[in-house]
Design a binder for this molecule. Structure first.
Ligand code: T4K
Length: 369
């Protein structure tokens, strides 16, 4: 038996010699954080690469979500969001003293279902926080129409959507603000890290103050900001990683192609296909198990794989709405979230990263079919 451990992901690491070289520059300069040279350079390179007008680096992908609500001046009320995400999405609403309102998802994308948003709007609703789950674009036009009709802000949690484009435009330009995560487990990482994407310079200035305690200059504090700056070492790492990310996404695309070739049409297994006009990033490869047709439950398959050293992950099970801090909210009942509840019981994200070999993929597939 091949016992090599296959994990759901593996980080894209910059070339170590290049990193040593750049570390020497940082050591020599003695400038290690606070909007240094590499921080500025990475902001510039990322905004060009991602085709966004402005971007502000953060120390992880959770603080940009918290800061986005602050930057838009949202101080009270309800925020409509999805239960089918990593828990940080909802936590960011809670940390701002706002009330999360869960709306069910569309089974074809695993994203918030625009058709269900309007019925959840009340006089207290102030914003919508959708997630481009697995990097699959939300129906941003439909969401924007609803937001415009009701005067709501839209903040996209785009933690999974690095580099995703729709008809040649960055998905990150949708809504009022979009956030990114550059965690080790993401397509592009800075070990820990993240960013906020904004459409105008004034908002960038405001957000740059907010991530630096609210300091406008040496003597003026204009808002109760937080410390969420990215340091020079991770910025430099990010500059090097950016040079390799296209190749890494291409390798992931090849893995997706193999999975689809072998798993398409297997009774009881549902997969996502690429969407027309969309440049995907292949950040995750979810499959959905219908146990009646497949002959095994999702968990039976999950543990069978685990026993064979293949660590898929059940992203996103359990639903956020079932966790202790949120399960008593009015919208959290599973009757309100039938699709998300079902999908959370069906999903396994298969290993998906740039280092998977053809043999690795064959081994994973042989456990499934
Ligand atoms: N919004 C959304 C939609 C998100 O998905 C996330 C984060 C956020 C917001 C918040 O962004 P951050 O504040 O985290 O930047 C992971 C990540 O910690 C988390 O970033 C991510 N989403 C979430 C979906 O997954 P775990 O607990 O599943 O990761 P862990 O440690 O079990 O790692 C999974 C596998 O990855 C390991 O089995 C092996 C591999 N791995 C992991 C790490 C950390 C490595 O090979 N090297 C590593 O250093 O949470």
């Amino acid at each position: 038996m091949n016992d090599k451990l296959l994990t759901v992901t593996s980080p894209l690491l910059p070339d170590l010699d290049d990193f040593h070289h750049i570390l020497k520059e940082i050591w020599d300069s003695k400038w290690i954080t606070n909007n240094g040279r590499f921080h500025k350079q990475l902001e510039k390179e990322l905004s060009e690469y991602l085709k966004v007008p402005f971007l502000s680096l953060f120390t992880n992908g959770t603080l940009p979500l918290i800061t986005a609500l602050q930057a838009l001046g949202i101080k009270s009320g309800e925020v409509i969001t999805t239960p089918y995400s990593f828990v940080a999405t909802t936590h960011s609403i809670w940390w701002n003293g706002l009330k999360p309102v869960f709306v069910d998802i569309d089974p074809l994308t695993c994203n918030i279902d625009p058709a269900r948003i309007e019925e959840a709007i009340t006089p207290e609703t102030v914003a919508i926080m959708p997630v481009h789950c697995y990097g699959t674009p939300c129906d941003t036009d439909a969401i924007q129409r609803i937001a415009d009709r009701h005067g709501l802000k839209v903040i996209y949690d785009a933690a999974h959507a690095f580099g995703v484009e729709v008809n040649g435009d960055s998905l990150l330009n949708a809504g009022d603000l979009s956030t990114l995560s550059f965690h080790a487990t993401k397509v592009y990482n800075t070990i820990e890290g993240g960013a906020l994407v904004m459409q105008d310079e004034e908002t960038k200035r405001k957000i740059d103050f907010l991530k630096n305690f609210g300091f406008k200059n040496e003597v003026e504090v204009v808002a109760p900001g937080i410390n969420s700056k990215m340091d020079e070492i991770r910025s430099a790492y990010g500059i090097l990683a950016l040079r390799q990310v296209d190749e890494s996404i291409e390798a992931r695309k090849e893995v997706a192609r193999e999975y689809r070739k072998e798993l398409k049409g297997v009774p009881g297994i549902r997969l996502f296909e690429d969407m027309p006009g969309v440049k995907h990033n292949y950040s995750y490869f979810p499959i959905f198990i219908n146990s009646d047709e497949y002959g095994m439950t999702r968990d039976q398959l999950y543990f069978k794989m685990k026993d064979a050293n293949v660590l898929g992950r059940r992203y996103f099970y359990p639903l956020i709405s079932t966790f202790d801090p949120y399960r008593t909210l009015p919208g959290s009942a599973s009757e309100n979230l039938p699709v998300a509840t079902r999908i959370a019981d069906e999903v396994i994200c298969l290993p998906m990263h740039h280092e998977l070999s053809r043999e690795d993929v064959d081994r994973i597939i042989s456990l499934i079919i």
